[in-house]
Design a binder for this molecule. Structure first.
Ligand code: UD1
Length: 377
C-alpha cells in the first residue's frame, strides 16, 4: 500500500522568498525522486506582493521554481490593505486546497498573512528563518516575524542566536537550528552564476574594480534625511571606483519624490537584476554596501566584506566574524567603514553545510500534525 503523502502549501510574495522557496522546492523534487518516503505535493501560492517582471517572474524562470498554483495579484498599497487582501485570499485557498502544512519564509507582509490564515484555520505552520530579531519594532519586518513565530508549529532557525531569541520569548517547542537556506542557495547558484552570467561584461566591470550597493528598506527609503545620507556616502565612494546600485522600484520612486537625483548623480543606477546576475555582481565586488538582510550574508558567503546601511542587524554572526560593519546612514560613517573593511578567513559554521532545505523537509515529514489527509496514488 502506498504511504500517505503530505501536501504543503507554500506562500511567497517577495523577491528573497522566491530564492528560499527554490531551494526547498529542489529538496522536494529530490525527495520525491527517491520514492522511498512519503510523497510530497507542493503547491505554491504567490500573493503578488512583488509583481514587476524583474522582481518576480525572472526568478521563477531562472531558478526553476514550479509555477504558482495561484497568484493573488494583490500588488502594492498600504500595509493593512494589502495584508488583508492576502489574508482573505490565502484563507480561501487553504479551504479549497486542504494542505497539511502551510510553509512561509522570512518576514514580509506575505509571511504574516500566511501565518494568520493558517493559525485561524488550525493548519500547522512552518516558518523558515524563524527567530531573527532586530529588536526594532518600527520595522514592519520585525512585527511580521515576531507574530509569525508565535503562531508557528515548526520554527526553522538559521542560527543559534535565533534559537536563543525564541527561547527568550518562551518558544522552545518545534524549534530546530537547521542552518540558512540562503547558504544553500549561495552554494547551488555560485558556480552557475560564474559560468552563465555576463553582467560584469555587460556593465564593463572588472572583478574587484567596483562597489555594489542595494537600498530598499522602508526605514531608509521613506525618510528623506536617511536616504540622502546614504546616497551621499555612496557618492563619495564613487569618486574613484564605480558604485553599482541595482534600483528597487520604491527607491527609484523616493529618489525622484525627494529630488535626490543630484546626490545620486555619481552612482551607476541600474534596473533590478536577476538572482544569477546579482550573485555574479556580489562575487566580483570589492565591497558590498546594503540594507538588505540576505545580501549581508551573501557578501560573506562569496568572500566579500559588507557595510550594513542600518542601525542594527539580525545577522549578528556576520559582525562577530568580522565580515560586516553596521554603520547606519551617515556619509562619514559609510566612508570610514568602507576604508576599514576587512576580509577575514573562514566561513560561519552556524549557517550550516548547504543542506538546510533537506533538514527542513525532514522535520516536516517527521511530524504527525496533519489536519487533512491526502493519499497519493
Ligand atoms: C518587501 C518586504 C521586505 C523585503 C523586500 C524584498 C514587507 C513589509 N517588506 O519590501 O522585508 O526585504 O520585500 O525585496 O513585506 N514595487 C514595484 N514593483 C514591484 C514591487 C514593489 O514597483 O514588483 C514598489 C511599489 O511602489 C511598492 C514598493 O515598491 O509600493 C514597496 O513594495 P513592498 O512589497 O511593499 O515592499 P518592499 O520594499 O519590496
Amino acid at each position: 500500500m502506498s504511504q500517505p503523502g503530505i501536501k504543503i502549501l507554500t506562500v511567497v510574495g517577495a523577491r528573497p522568498q522566491f530564492v528560499k522557496a527554490a531551494m526547498v522546492s529542489r529538496a522536494i523534487v529530490l525527495h520525491n525522486r527517491e520514492a522511498s518516503g512519503r510523497p510530497i505535493v507542493q503547491e505554491i501560492l504567490h500573493t503578488g506582493q512583488h509583481y514587476d517582471r524583474a522582481m518576480s517572474q525572472v526568478f521563477f524562470d531562472e531558478l526553476g521554481i514550479p509555477d504558482p498554483a495561484v497568484n493573488l495579484a494583490v500588488g502594492s498599497g498600504p500595509h493593512g490593505e494589502t495584508t488583508a487582501r492576502m489574508l482573505e485570499g490565502i484563507e480561501r485557498e487553504i479551504l479549497a486546497r486542504k494542505p497539511d502544512w502551510l510553509l512561509v519564509y522570512g518576514d514580509t507582509n506575505s509571511t504574516l498573512a500566511g501565518a494568520l490564515a493558517a493559525a485561524k484555520l488550525h493548519v500547522p505552520l512552518a516558518h523558515v528563518e524563524a527567530g531573527l530579531r532586530s529588536f526594532n519594532k518600527n520595522m514592519p519586518e520585525e512585527v511580521n516575524r515576531v507574530l509569525t513565530d508565535h503562531v508557528s508549529s515548526l520554527l526553522f532557525c538559521p542560527t543559534q542566536a535565533a534559537v536563543q531569541n525564541l527561547a527568550n520569548e518562551g518558544i522552545t517547542e518545534g524549534v530546530h537550528h537547521v542552518g540558512d537556506v540562503m547558504y544553500d542557495a549561495a552554494i547551488a547558484f555560485g558556480e552557475i552564476a560564474r559560468n552563465r552570467s555576463s553582467i560584469l561584461e555587460q556593465l564593463g566591470l572588472k572583478p574587484k574594480g567596483y562597489y555594489l550597493a542595494t537600498v530598499h528598506r522602508a526605514e531608509n527609503t521613506d525618510d528623506r534625511q536617511r536616504l540622502a545620507g546614504i546616497l551621499d556616502g555612496l557618492n563619495r565612494l564613487a569618486n574613484g571606483i564605480p558604485v553599482i546600485l541595482p534600483l528597487h522600484p520604491r527607491t527609484g520612486n523616493c529618489i525622484k519624490a525627494y529630488g535626490l537625483e543630484e546626490i545620486a548623480g555619481g552612482l551607476r543606477l541600474i534596473e533590478p537584476v536577476s538572482l544569477l546576475d546579482m550573485v555574479r555582481l556580489e562575487q566580483g565586488a570589492r565591497l558590498i554596501l546594503t540594507d538588505s538582510g540576505g545580501v549581508q550574508k551573501e557578501a560573506c558567503f562569496h568572500g566579500v566584506p559588507c557595510v550594513t546601511l542600518r542601525e542594527e542587524t539580525e545577522w549578528v554572526e556576520t559582525v562577530a566574524a568580522g565580515w560586516n560593519q553596521v554603520v547606519g546612514h551617515r556619509p562619514e560613517g559609510i566612508v570610514a567603514a568602507a576604508a576599514a573593511a576587512a576580509t577575514p578567513s573562514g566561513r560561519i559554521r552556524e549557517y550550516g553545510d548547504g543542506n538546510a532545505s533537506g533538514k527542513i523537509l525532514g522535520q516536516m515529514l517527521r511530524q504527525d500534525l496533519r489536519c487533512w489527509h491526502v493519499t497519493q496514488p
